[in-house]
Design a protein around this ligand. Structure first.
Ligand code: ADP
Ligand code: MG
Length: 474
């Protein structure tokens, strides 16, 4: 990709001055995180890590990513309603992956009882990297779609103004004026507000289901405060609070210490570590309720890596989105090579290919949150070990995307300023609301650019690897 700031990026003095301005601007703008040392209170906070310079993103690929987002919303929503598909696709995975199996069990139990929920809210983020082709041009390739707890829609709205200021300090006023403003947190809140309204009880609250450790609370507050601005009450509770104080009435309305809950917005619950026996019971209680879950367990399952891999099989999208050939073409154009490791000849063959060429692939378990994938030599070793065991089935294989690196500075509290070779990942937020069978809202809701040094194969912002960035369209 075009390196945008070649004239200044090696100018150490200019970069140092700009970094000092940038950090203070980020703090002033509220680009904040709690610290690792004091994650439970807001007495001591620091800035959320970000790049000093905005990163170049090809305009056509940026537009392509926006243009396909409503299609992905439709697709996720369709999968979440397709019991036969989820049953068939996840059959092999749930035999070997306990976490997916637990979620699946709740899914089945809720379906058997019959859904009390009639309004559905999806907030997702489809993530992409720019694969460098042989001719030097780049192609948009989906990394994954996050259907639960997709974060940084709030904080990312703070970075564009910081980058505008940095560019001005560097004498690039014209370029500064071209940076797009972007506020996904606000659009996500509008989706939550719509679901709340359709639920139809003025007194009911929106419950953010949050983690025990809430370092990223300010990102959530951005969304929360937008709801308060619309006079919608928000409460924050953990699974253990739900276990202790949550209840359902006869028509399965959800109550938390006496308050009716209209919408449950999960910012936890996507990793096995979120759950002990009590928390699983709390999750079941929430899923059985009439409250709008964002996402419900079916939609969470629609976001598994296994489902992603099966979507790339010829004919699958056609079954899920009948009569929508254009949407299917847009979706498929973003797919990288994805391969099943299920037992059988197809899995044997691709496992052997990956063992022989580990640098061509990424090995992914059914996990979220960064830091779980395997690459290179480690991929080879693990695959060698499990290639003849059913455990293989808990992973999928994906072609490794190879973006063109660019120079930038990753600003992190307590870290020295140094230039790094970096690659970026673009996320597009999507939000949709469905009432019964009628889709009442379906939108792309803004973007998130995250950038990391090339030394790190894996990991997001919360994992401490990537930092917030702003796209500079070229
Ligand atoms: P998670 O659910 O843990 O976020 P991802 O599929 O998003 O899992 O992978 C985590 C990170 O690993 C991504 O943010 C990206 O940096 C890297 N990654 C994932 N898939 C690929 C790929 N196919 N090629 C190159 N890097 C990848
Ligand atoms: Mg990811």
């Amino acid at each position: 990709m075009a390196a945008a700031w070649q004239d200044v990026v090696r100018d150490a003095a200019a970069m140092r001055d700009a970094a000092a301005v940038a950090v203070d601007a980020a703090l002033l703008a509220g680009g904040l995180m709690r610290t690792r040392e004091q994650p439970h209170a807001s007495d001591v906070v620091n800035y959320a890590p970000f790049t000093l310079l905005p990163s170049a993103v090809p305009r056509d690929l940026f537009e392509q990513a926006y243009a396909v987002q409503q299609d992905f919303n439709l697709l996720v929503d369709a999968i979440s309603q397709n019991k036969e598909f989820l049953e068939q696709i996840l059959a092999s995975t749930i035999k070997v992956d306990d976490f997916t199996a637990r979620l699946y069990q709740i899914y089945m139990q809720v379906l058997e009882e019959g859904l009390a929920q009639t309004v559905f809210l999806g907030i997702n983020r489809s993530d992409y990297m720019f694969d460098c082709k042989l001719d030097g041009t780049a192609a948009l390739r989906q990394i994954e779609i996050n259907t639960i707890a997709a974060s940084f829609g709030g904080l990312t709205s703070r970075t564009a103004d910081v980058h505008k200021l940095v560019l001005k300090v560097l004498g690039k006023t014209e370029e500064a004026s071209r940076l797009l403003s972007n506020n996904p947190g606000k659009r996500l809140a509008l989706g939550i507000a719509k679901a709340w309204e359709l639920y139809g009880s003025q007194r009911a609250v929106v419950m953010f289901l949050v983690e025990e450790v809430q370092r990223n609370i300010f990102d959530q507050r951005c969304v929360e405060n937008e709801l308060w601005n619309r006079n919608i009450r928000v409460i924050r509770r953990r699974f253990r609070d739900v276990f202790e104080q949550g209840s359902l009435d006869a028509s399965r309305r959800l109550y938390m210490d006496g308050q009716e809950v209209a919408v449950v917005y999960y910012r936890d619950g996507y990793v096995p570590q979120s759950y002990n026996q009590q928390n699983w019971e709390a999750r079941l209680l929430l899923e059985r309720s009439r409250a709008v879950k964002c996402p419900n367990v079916a939609t969470q399952l629609a976001g598994t890596k296994k489902v992603q891999q099966e979507l790339s099989r010829p004919g699958t999208l056609e079954k899920l989105l009948p009569g929508r050939p254009e949407a299917i073409a847009r979706i498929r154009a973003t797919f990288a090579g994805l391969y099943s490791l299920d037992e059988g000849e197809e899995g044997d063959r691709i496992a052997a290919t990956a063992i022989a060429n580990p640098d061509r692939f990424v090995l992914k378990p059914q996990r979220e949150g960064g830091g779980n994938n395997l690459y290179g030599e480690e991929l080879r070793e693990v695959l060698e070990k499990i290639k003849d065991s059913p455990e293989r089935t808990s992973y999928i294989l994906m072609d490794k995307i190879k973006p063109q690196p660019a120079l930038n500075y990753l600003l992190r509290a307590h870290s020295p300023l140094q230039v790094s070779e970096c690659v970026s990942e673009l996320g597009i937020f999507g939000v949709y609301v469905r009432q019964g069978q009628e889709l009442v809202l379906n939108q792309a809701a803004g973007h998130l650019l995250r950038t990391k040094a090339i030394e790190h194969a894996d990991g997001g912002v919360a994992a401490g690897v990537a930092v917030l960035d702003t796209p500079y369209l070229v």
